[in-house]
Design a protein around this ligand. Structure first.
Ligand SMILES: Cc1ncc(COP(=O)(O)O)c(C=O)c1O
Length: 387
């Protein structure tokens, strides 16, 4: 039996076209892009082509895209780089449901003496715009609110965030790592000043990301050293990673609409099947304003880890709660923020679909999962009256 990979929010498989481009590049091009002779210049040109592809996919100018070492680095750089550029503004606003790449940076800032406000969310994970309106002041340097949530998929109203922030002269960053490739991410439409993306969520290689910085935005370097990335990101470029990321971004617009329609259809079938076949499940996330390929379910009365391991014995791969690094946290802060009790949060499993999932995958999960849940509930002395 082939594996069923339903953890595309954690990472995506490499698209075969990306793998092909990367292996060609690896064999043919070892030059340092900073070298002035042809084998260096050629690689610099290829990096700029990759930049063009990422920029095009985001609706940005090429000059507004900087390559980084990950989505995490893009988030850190956006936040710390802007705050350093505005030493007189000591306030930062983010949300209660951010990925650790932003959440932990906010905690670091608090320790450094910044005033940090965390915008709460409702039971669907949508931010409270009234709270944001009352929290933002002329001393706010930056508001950082994610676009699509990695755990429950909820899509935040970024255009409203931008409007509110601008009224007070604050800049806006959005972590679009999870949204990019799944919904249309266009920087002009959103109106943000900074935006983070990551290659390994769009069928590209790991360890490379990009930061969009709107023309004219003040931001200081995060790494110090050479002049790479026009002085904003020192260090010899991850050339192979950037070439792969560029290829993944080149393919993205071509496949976007057909991928999206197909993946959303599969996800809708899986969601309906789980809700029909399994009693006592709770769906988490916004019913509509959501990345539809993300399905987050609490299987009441069970430990999510037991479900994950039982599925893994059938070569079905999903994740519990969050997911870049599951061992980090006991109970997901996102699930607590939408009001779940800790024991319900602990029973939560995320199934996330992507480009390479098939109807067969959904058939297999809908055949195996109800059985697994029933058996686990028998041995866990599950009492439906308790939940
Ligand atoms: C919303 C979000 N932001 C940031 C990241 C971190 O990206 P990277 O793994 O490239 O560091 C992730 C990864 O899961 C994510 O989902």
């Amino acid at each position: 039996m082939d594996m069923v990979y339903l953890d595309n929010n954690a990472t995506t498989p490499l698209d075969p076209a990306v793998a092909e481009k990367m292996s060609w590049f690896l064999k043919e091009h070892f030059g340092n892009p900073s070298s002035l002779y042809p084998i260096g210049r050629q690689v610099q040109e290829m990096i700029n082509e990759a930049r063009e592809h990422v920029a095009k996919a985001l609706g940005a100018f090429k000059s507004e895209v900087y390559f980084t070492g990950s989505g995490t680095e893009s988030d850190n750089h956006a936040i710390l780089g802007v705050l350093e550029a505005y030493p007189d503004k000591k306030e930062f606003i983010t949300s209660a449901v951010e990925h650790p790449a932003v959440q932990q940076t906010a905690i670091y800032l608090e320790k450094k003496g910044y005033k940090v406000a965390y915008v709460p969310v409702d039971r669907y994970g949508l931010i409270d715009l009234d709270f944001l309106r009352s929290a933002v002041t002329p001393r706010t340097a930056l508001v950082s609110i994610m676009y699509g949530n990695n755990e429950i998929g909820t899509i935040q109203p970024i255009e409203d965030v931008v409007r509110i922030a601008k009224e007070n002269g604050a800049l806006v960053h959005t972590d679009a790592v999870q949204a990019f490739g799944k919904i249309d991410v266009q920087v002009e439409k959103l109106g943000v000043d900074l935006l983070s993306v990551s290659s390994h969520k769009i069928y590209g290689p790991k360890g490379v990301g990009a930061l969009y910085v709107r023309r004219g935005t003040s931001i200081l370097p995060f790494l110090h050293g050479g002049h790479q990335e026009r002085g904003l990101r020192a260090g010899t470029e991850n050339t192979i990673g950037i070439i792969g990321f560029g290829e993944a971004a080149r393919i993205l617009p071509e496949k976007f609409e057909s991928d999206r329609a197909r993946i959303e259809r599969l996800a809708a079938r899986l969601k309906a099947g789980i809700e029909e076949k399994i009693p006592k499940v709770r769906f988490n996330g916004h019913p509509e304003q959501r990345i539809k390929s993300t399905l987050n379910f609490s299987f009441l009365g069970l430990e999510a880890e037991a479900v994950l391991l039982a599925l893994a014995t059938k070569e079905i791969y999903v994740s519990t709660g969050s997911a870049c690094s599951e061992e980090l946290e006991e109970v997901s802060h996102v699930l607590l923020a939408i009001g779940l009790r800790p024991e319900i949060a602990r029973s939560t499993v995320r199934l996330s679909l992507g480009r390479f999932n098939t109807e067969d995958d959904i058939d297999i999960v809908l055949r195996e999962l109800p059985d697994i849940i029933e058996k686990l509930r028998k041995i866990s002395a599950f009492n439906p009256e308790d939940v």
